[in-house]
Design a protein. Structure first.
Length: 203
């Protein structure tokens, strides 16, 4: 009985250490990974869990405050932050909208992945490991935003998944594959020029 108890306690200590390490991994990611790129699949799940929508494409970022989500399925859409504005372009509608960066991202998942204000904007808490990933819960310190919380999962210190819960209880799961840390990315990736004839909406 004593031996079983020791095994249980040892397991809990190992799990606790792994969870604490996940917070350090996120801090290291923000500190050391200045650019990155990956393929992604996004699944949006309704609050009741009954409805799911899946999309995907390619993600790139360069600190500070530059990122690019290029959706290729089920339809083309582009989200680009150039350090000053965030642009959203719908290819089917040939329509582009923009907002000032501070108004658009604030304490959002994009700010966590591509920004530089991790400890300023988020409260961090270690979570139990699950599905082979080490998890961190990031909760925005400002409570009037558009999302409640975000869980970030790492596999062997490589960014693997982000789960976002918005203020309405809707969940978005972003799964990354082929993630590359600190690649040489062209600055032009993060500049958006509206195509000829596109409708422009500035907010």
């Amino acid at each position: 009985m004593k031996r079983q108890l020791l095994f249980i306690l040892a397991g809990l200590l190992v799990a606790g250490a792994a969870a604490a390490d996940a917070v350090d991994t996120l801090r290291e990611f923000v500190r050391d990974v200045k650019s990155g790129q990956a393929e992604f699949t996004q699944t949006v799940i309704s609050p009741d869990g009954a409805r799911r929508k899946t999309s995907g494409g390619r993600f790139e970022f360069m600190r500070p405050d530059r990122f690019r989500f290029a959706y290729t399925r089920p339809f083309e859409q582009l989200i680009v932050a150039d350090g000053q504005k965030v642009w959203i372009y719908d290819a089917d509608l040939n329509q582009a909208s923009s907002r000032k960066l501070g108004q658009a991202i604030g304490a959002t998942p994009a700010a966590l992945l591509a920004g530089a204000g991790l400890e300023r904007d988020f409260s961090l808490a270690a979570q139990p490991s699950r599905d082979g990933l080490d998890w961190v819960l990031a909760t925005p310190k400002v409570k009037d935003g558009q999302f409640q919380s975000m869980r970030v999962g790492f596999r062997a210190k490589v960014l693997a998944e982000v789960e976002i819960t918005d203020s309405f209880g809707q969940r978005s799961q972003l799964r990354f594959s082929q993630f590359q840390a600190n690649p040489a990315l062209a600055p032009s990736l993060f500049r958006f020029v509206p195509p000829p004839g596109a409708d422009l909406i500035e907010q």
